[in-house]
Design a protein around this ligand. Structure first.
Ligand code: FAD
Length: 314
């Protein structure tokens, strides 16, 4: 069974769900997973790296610095004889994985949606051309380095790692992190939320996004997203924009409200699990990618949907 090193992010003593999905990806390919964790609280969080057979905490003064952590992660890949290195496609994962690949002299594959064993090695699938094609990619080196798209893989299940170890960070950090502060926002990010309710220009004005906030609140685990037209109008912040020049999301459920479905918007959401479109124009392109389409006025449908979800949840 080939080994895969999974870089695990953690907060409040828990490995983040996105990293558990990366472990789940490795397990889905039959790999033996070694979790690595860095930063304050890593040793407490190591026990929550569910599905990994071993957890290694990277320790040392440079534990927050991506370049030093990546150099050490590459060392661990070599010392463990790993054939794969995975990180979730979060800001942190996207910072670490290409650096690890550079140390191992291989090409990193980003935002992957499938990992499969290929003999002792692995190959991945990832969307190309704004999601219009799927590429299957393998590495010519010893280690396949990839980031996993959020909300695509099932989070790993099972027990805590049977073994924990420490590995000192000896690399000198080129960039020194002098402090880390919590953002202080309890809002879910569109990239991480299992449900995303996005609104488009058809909602007419910024205030009307209140009904999408209500729908998201009824779900309880949803984030509000937006089309670029809405962001350009200043109705919503850029951090909520879904699409080619915004964020790529892949929630279990994506609800597009009064969004036409331009190719640049589809590029950011077409790999979502289930897509529901609400649009008054039956010919809107969004219906071509929707699993469920509701042709009608969002101002009538969204409040009714919110009430139905509240009623269903009791
Ligand atoms: C280089 C480039 C990058 C881009 N990047 C992005 C990107 O990242 N993300 C993105 O979203 N776009 C992006 N765009 C813009 C994209 O081409 C579209 O212009 C944009 O997505 C349109 O936004 P929209 O669907 O909200 O608005 P519109 O196209 O105006 O569509 C509004 C929709 O609302 C419907 N509607 C109106 N009233 C109602 C109602 N009462 N009830 C129900 N439906 C109603 C209409 O039928 C229509 O389909 C990019 C464009 C370019 C050129």
């Amino acid at each position: 069974m080939s080994k895969v090193i999974v870089y695990c992010e953690h907060a409040d003593g828990q490995v983040r769900r996105a990293s558990l999905e990366a472990i789940g990806a490795a397990k889905s390919a039959g790999a033996d997973v070694v979790a690595i964790l860095a930063g304050e609280g890593a040793s407490a969080a190591a026990a929550t790296a569910i599905g990994a057979s071993k957890a290694i905490c990277l320790t040392g003064p440079a534990e927050f610095s991506s370049d030093a952590v990546a150099a050490t992660a590459a060392e661990v890949c070599k010392s463990e004889g790993a054939r794969g290195f995975l990180a979730a496609a979060t800001y942190r994962g996207k910072d670490i994985a290409p650096r690890v690949a550079a140390h191992l002299d291989v090409t990193p594959f980003t935002d992957c949606i499938e990992l499969k064993a290929d003999g002792d090695s692995f190959h991945v699938k990832r969307p190309w051309l704004a999601g219009k094609a799927l590429a299957t990619l393998g590495t010519s080196g010893d280690v396949l380095v990839a980031t996993t798209r959020l909300n695509v893989f099932n989070a790993a299940e099972g027990g805590a790692p049977g073994e924990t170890a420490e590995h000192a960070i000896t690399a000198v950090a080129k960039a020194k992190v002098t402090g880390v502060e919590a953002k202080g926002s309890s809002k879910l990010d569109v990239k991480e939320a299992p449900v995303v309710v996005s609104g488009g220009r058809g909602l007419q004005e910024a205030e009307h996004f209140g009904m999408l906030e209500d729908l998201a609140a009824a779900f309880g685990n949803a984030a509000v997203g937006a089309s670029r037209a809405v962001v350009d109008l200043g109705w919503r912040p850029h951090g909520e924009q879904v699409g080619q020049t915004g964020k790529t999301v892949s929630p279990q459920l994506y609800i597009a409200v009064a969004i036409s479905g331009a190719i640049q918007h589809l590029a950011g959401m077409r790999t979502s699990g289930t897509i529901v479109a609400i649009n008054k124009d039956a010919d809107a392109p969004i219906f071509k990618v929707a699993d469920y389409g509701i042709v009608g006025d969002a101002f009538e449908i969204v409040p009714a949907l919110t009430e139905a979800i509240k009623a269903a949840k009791g």
